[in-house]
Write a protein that binds this ligand. Structure first.
Ligand SMILES: Nc1ccn([C@@H]2O[C@H](COP(=O)(O)OP(=O)(O)OP(=O)(O)O)[C@@H](O)[C@H]2O)c(=O)n1
Ligand SMILES: C[C@](O)(CO)[C@H](O)COP(=O)(O)O
Length: 221
């Protein structure tokens, strides 16, 4: 079955701050987004790559690719108002009867094993996402500033790539947007399809704040 990956990098990076959008920041001398694309190509060169970028950043990205001699082939789709809208724009470039993954452009450290297992499981079940265990004690904040411990084994931390049969993901993304759609699995579940869980890798952090950049440098050292 043909495979695609939609790498979403259409956000504003408000929590990271700074002048340069976080997907272009260098980690150990190479921009995050290039590292993320390379991770997929190293795992499986046959996965067709689609990068979603804000319209006003696309020329800069092409310029960066020239400067760094970055030649991995990929198509570019326009970023949208939210992650949901960005994914939808990328999906417009994907054909039916395929497997399609959606991955955050700012998760450069996903392992090949996790990528392969998500595609394998999605081919079997239609929908697969990587998760990790909660390793700390978890408290729920309740009304009036109170809080209580909740059983952590009832929860998982969710990563990407989230992989689906393309026809299923396209149907799910035809639903109207709601703010509950924080990832692709939540969109597919709202459409009424079960999502299978695959063991993620803990290095697969989403580079969200300046602290995560320090972590990224440490992971590579
Ligand atoms: N309109 C949007 C919003 C987010 N994303 C992408 O979704 C991924 C996860 O989002 P997040 O880390 O929250 O990125 P930002 O939305 O850029 O960050 P922030 O919320 O701090 O502004 C990122 O790769 C981001 O580029 C996107 O493609 N289009
Ligand atoms: C898709 C995601 O990375 C899964 O953990 C996450 O939901 C993205 O959330 P964000 O608020 O858009 O960073």
């Amino acid at each position: 079955m043909k495979k695609y990956i939609i790498i979403v990098a259409g956000g504003k990076g408000l929590r990271m701050g700074g002048e340069i959008p976080k997907q272009f920041l260098p980690i150990k001398g190479k921009p995050v987004l290039m590292r993320t694309l390379e991770t997929f190509s190293t795992c499986d060169e046959t996965i067709e790559r689609i990068v979603v970028l804000p319209v006003d950043q696309q020329d800069y990205w092409r310029h960066l690719c020239k400067i760094y001699g970055f030649t991995l082939s990929h198509r570019i789709a326009n970023g949208g108002e939210t992650r949901f809208h960005s994914v939808k724009n990328g999906l417009a470039l994907v054909e039916d009867n395929a497997l399609v993954g959606v991955h955050d452009g700012v998760r450069p450290f996903v392992s090949s094993k996790v990528i392969s297992e998500c595609y394998r499981m999605a081919e079997v079940s239609g929908a697969a996402i990587p998760v990790t265990d909660v390793v700390e004690t978890l408290r729920q904040v309740t009304e009036n500033g109170n809080s209580q411990t909740v059983p952590r084994n009832c929860y998982k931390l969710v990563q990407t790539p989230q992989v689906f049969l393309s026809s299923l993901l396209k149907q799910a993304y035809s639903q109207p947007y709601t703010s509950c759609f924080t990832d692709d699995a939540s969109v597919v579940e709202a459409w009424g399809h079960r999502v299978e869980l695959v063991e993620g890798n803990r290095e697969n952090v989403k580079l969200t704040t300046p602290f995560d950049l320090k972590l990224a440098e440490m992971i590579l050292s």
